[in-house]
Write a protein that binds this ligand. Structure first.
Ligand code: CMC
Length: 430
């Protein structure tokens, strides 16, 4: 690294040896590899930084998403999330994340055309979805079928070819809703509804979910818009668990379908994208507003966590949660009020006024209200992480491409501190 953008140095004194070192600071960070020069002897490996769960380690330099967790700021390519939610569509945002700029009119038309003409999946995909048990979790089906897509597109292995990469990017963004809806239809025993290219990205997804005997499915415009905003709010969130999985698997030069399957698998976890499903289960368990104080007490005793609360990065408020709360009102105008909303509002009120939550900086996150909206729209809880995955796909892909194009990136391979047995030997046989 050159000293061009050095914004200072860090002086280190190693008390073990009395030696002084000067480490460069760039963009507010020291390079962990610079610590390696700090040794007690020539044979010493050099100092490592120990950071389980990457609490204070930047794994890349990125131009995609900016978050200020203390101020509750989220921006994609510099644009505030609030403005994008107000004035752009999910596909505009997908284009922005991937290309760095919002599309002009012609680019938007071309991009929409590309995505909407790649929504079909090979008929064989239906056959292996058919092999899943009737109550298979749709997220398990999604993870498996996304991975399986790699076998249909051998050109996906050409990850150094920008043209081939873009082909897979379009296919992945286009086919995720199809796989998601097919997974749902399988669980309900409904025949698969094929994509309708006349509809918007989100309208087509609703068509594949809910179409029955009507000749043409017409999505409710309020619900179509609400879901589009929800996808947009989930589109990227810098180096979260699933994105890190995407980068990590992609760094081994796996094809993007396999890397996306790995990212989706990470998202499935209840501490990540599985949280909105858990929020709904929690609200159902609480059952009534009267039970809220008792539940909060259990959380404070450490018996359980308040799902949909807390965030590794946001320590003030989650800006996505604010927008979602507004979207909820629009949706309930159409669907009627979800009775769980009263429990959620009470929980939020009690928690936000409580010393434990204030001192631990725990606020509602994106998942707290999204589940209530999804449920009001008719999605079963199992589909919630699947919806998150559809929204997050452009972000995963933008981060994957950025990683591949970054000359500093190599195969991801953390170090460890070995704390196991010293050398020992098997007992000699008598
Ligand atoms: N309810 C009660 N206490 C909590 C919660 C919670 N939801 N979250 C954190 N804490 C407490 C935790 O017990 C610990 O307390 P103490 O210091 O007294 O031991 C302290 O706050 C710090 O917790 P942590 O686990 O070290 O924090 P983290 O930054 O590692 O965890 C989190 C972040 C999101 C995993 C966590 O807040 C959590 O489990 N939340 C519930 C699950 C959830 O809603 N996840 C969705 C995240 S947003 C969508 C996404 O990006 O995936």
């Amino acid at each position: 690294m050159t000293n061009q953008h050095e914004d200072g140095t860090l002086e280190v004194i190693d008390r073990r040896t009395g030696r002084h070192y000067e480490l460069s600071i760039h963009e507010g960070a020291v390079r962990a590899a610079d610590l390696r020069q700090i040794k007690v002897s020539e044979e010493d490996f050099g100092l490592l930084s120990y950071d389980p769960a990457y609490l204070n380690t930047a794994s890349c330099r990125s131009t995609i998403t900016y978050i200020d967790g203390d101020k509750g700021i989220l921006r994609y390519r510099g644009y505030p999330i609030e403005e994008l939610a107000e004035r752009a569509s999910f596909l505009d945002v997908a284009y922005l994340l991937l290309n760095g700029e919002l599309p002009d009119k012609a680019q938007a038309e071309d991009w929409t055309h590309q995505v909407t003409t790649h929504t079909f999946v090979h008929e064989n995909v239906k056959r292996f979805i058919g092999g899943f048990h009737h109550d298979a979790h749709p997220m398990g089906i999604l993870v498996s079928t996304v991975a399986a897509l790699s076998t249909f597109y051998p050109d996906a292995k050409s990850i150094s070819d920008a043209g081939h990469r873009r082909d897979q990017v379009v296919r992945l963004i286009a086919k995720m809703p199809t796989l998601a809806a097919f997974a749902y239809r399988h669980a309900t025993g409904m025949p698969y509804a094929y994509p309708d290219d006349d509809l918007s990205y989100t309208g087509n997804f609703l068509n594949m979910m809910w179409k029955t005997t009507e000749l043409k499915y017409r999505p409710d415009p309020v619900l179509e818009h609400a879901l589009d905003v929800l996808f947009l709010l989930h589109a990227d969130h810098e180096q979260n668990c699933s994105t890190s999985a995407m980068r990590s698997v992609g760094s081994a030069h796996a094809d993007p379908y396999s890397a996306t399957a790995a990212a989706a698998a990470a998202l499935y976890g209840p501490l990540h994208g599985g949280a909105n499903e858990q929020v709904l289960r929690m609200l159902e368990e609480i059952r009534s507003v009267d039970n809220v104080p008792g539940y909060v007490e259990r959380v404070k005793r450490g018996e359980l966590r308040l799902m949909g609360f807390g965030h590794r990065v946001y320590k003030n408020f989650d800006p996505r949660a604010r927008i979602i709360k507004k979207v909820a009102e629009e949706v309930f105008e159409v669907t009627g009020r979800n009775p769980l909303l009263d429990i959620a509002l009470e929980l939020e009120k009690v928690a936000l006024g409580d010393e434990y939550f204030i001192t631990h900086k725990l606020y509602p996150n994106v998942d707290f209200y999204s589940g209530i909206i999804y449920q009001a729209m008719g999605f079963p809880v199992e589909m919630f992480p699947v919806l998150f995955a559809i929204g997050r796909t452009p972000g995963w892909l933008a981060q994957w491409e950025e990683m591949l194009e970054d000359p500093e990136q190599k195969i991801a391979r953390p170090r460890q501190l070995y704390v196991g047995q010293e050398l020992r030997h098997l007992p000699t046989t008598a």
